[in-house]
Ligand binder design. Structure first.
Ligand code: RFL
Ligand code: PHB
Length: 393
């Protein structure tokens, strides 16, 4: 079995793992990124699309924002649609001219992989971490199953950026970390379609039949979501049914039909909230979805992953270079404050926009919340600040 040594082992090549690897490399810290999926799989995985103002700035400062600035779509507002009427929330007017950038997560991942390839730092695809040992010793080790065979890597620190079903949390003694969880009674059916977006801004819709979201990836690609029952499967949703349902839920008195086109990707994602605390055990640190999941209604998941790494990279650098552990010691508390704020906002957005199938008291409260957002400037301002820049305040 091959045995390798490095300073930091990073498990997972999503936005969190790849960005951390890049930030550490820039500070001269050796690291190895391990990813169980193939390079192709990671590049075509369609996920998040909204990048907050401060997170976009940070990606640029980190030297990986060039294409995002050139090709990303800057949005100054979003629409909230209910009772067949659209209301614009003027994000930038409400928040010092700040805006969001719509740029696909797989494009962020592609940019991060390209930059890593440019300086030839180790990044292993098809390489699954199957065990983590010695987290309370000076040199923890991970066991990796790769196409070339098994490998062990010993490091100063292990960082779990391995998403929501990762091996990192599993390697911590039971009972050490607390897991807070909420499951919502619906899922999102998401599609990517070769159709020019019919509108310029995202539209969050509440209809009595359920939630719908109109988003996009480029001037030729639309990204749409439908709130569906948690037990729904894709077999029950042929293309015609998806378009029909989107058309019904998004209809207003004034809008034309939504643009349709070939569906090139589809999936169903359950909606849930998870927080794991603390985000550290000995020499293991957690970042991104490995430590927390938010329902996608607030568009926060990728932003939180980047924000974790923005704190964690300097903390690891200070500890490895100078032996100063203070930043590492406060990493979990500092991150979790932001994570709980994001959970609060994502829950608020989710509950306001997903009608309850039977509880009409709940539905009355939802409508009151929506009306407040479009009628009260302080309420709209609060939404704008949270939507545009929660991870940087
Ligand atoms: P990732 O991207 O899941 O990456 C984890 C990686 O770890 C690998 N892995 C392993 N590798 C080696 N050994 C093992 N034992 C491993 N176990 C796992 C996995 O293969 C994977 O490649 O986590 P990361 O980096 O923390 O990034 C988090 C984001 O991906 C996630 O939060 C967002 O996609 C969430 N999200 C959104 N976030 C936003 O900020 N804005 C949005 O608009 C937004 N929309 C969304 C979303 C997520 C969605 N889905 C599908 C969950 C919309 C949807 C529909
Ligand atoms: C997306 O474009 O994929 C997207 C946008 C906003 C959300 C979730 C997903 O809240």
């Amino acid at each position: 079995m091959e045995s390798v040594r490095t300073q930091v082992v990073i498990i997972g090549a999503g936005p969190a793992g790849l960005l951390l690897g890049h930030l550490l490399h820039r500070e001269g810290i050796d690291n190895i990124v391990l990813e169980r999926r193939s390079n192709e799989y990671v590049l075509q995985r369609v996920r998040a699309g909204v990048i907050e103002w401060g997170i976009a700035n940070f990606l640029e400062e980190a030297g990986v924002g060039q294409r995002m600035r050139a090709e990303g779509l800057v949005h100054h507002g979003i629409e909230m649609r209910f009772d067949g009427v659209s209301h614009r929330i003027a994000l930038s007017d409400l928040y010092d001219g700040r805006a969001i950038t719509v740029y696909g997560q797989q494009e962020v991942v592609k940019d991060l992989i390209n930059v890593r390839r440019s300086y030839d730092a180790p990044l292993h695809f098809d390489s699954e971490v199957t065990g983590i040992e010695g987290l309370n010793s000076a040199h923890p080790t991970v066991t990796v199953t790769a196409p070339e065979g098994e490998m062990t890597i010993s490091a100063d620190f292990v960082v779990g950026c391995d998403g929501s079903h990762g091996v990192s949390v599993e390697s911590v003694p039971r009972g050490y970390m607390r897991r807070f969880e909420r499951v919502y009674p619906f899922s999102w059916l998401g599609i990517l379609a070769e159709a020019p977006p019919a509108t310029e801004e995202l539209i969050y819709t509440r209809h009595s039949r359920g939630f719908a979201l109109y988003s996009m990836r480029s001037p030729t690609l639309s990204r749409l979501y439908l709130g569906v029952r948690p037990d729904e499967t894709l077999d029950a949703w042929p293309d015609e049914r998806i378009w029909e349902e989107l058309t019904v839920r998004m209809a207003t008195d004034h809008t034309a039909e939504i643009g349709q086109g070939p569906i090139i990707e589809r999936g169903i994602t359950p909606m849930r909230s998870i927080v794991v605390a603390p985000m550290r055990y000995g020499r293991l640190l957690l970042a991104g979805d490995a430590a927390h999941i938010v329902p996608p209604t607030g568009a926060k998941g990728m932003n939180l992953a980047v924000a974790d790494v923005r704190l964690l990279a300097p903390a690891l650098v200070a500890r490895i270079r100078g032996g100063d552990e203070s930043l590492l010691n406060s990493y979990s508390d500092d991150s979790l404050r932001r994570v709980w704020r994001a959970e609060e906002f994502s829950t608020y957005m989710t509950q306001m926009l997903h009608p309850h199938p039977t509880d009409d008291f709940e539905n009355g409260v939802q409508m009151a919340r929506l009306r407040q957002v479009v009628e009260s400037e302080p309420a709209a301002r609060a939404l704008a600040r949270n939507y545009v820049n929660l991870s940087s305040v």
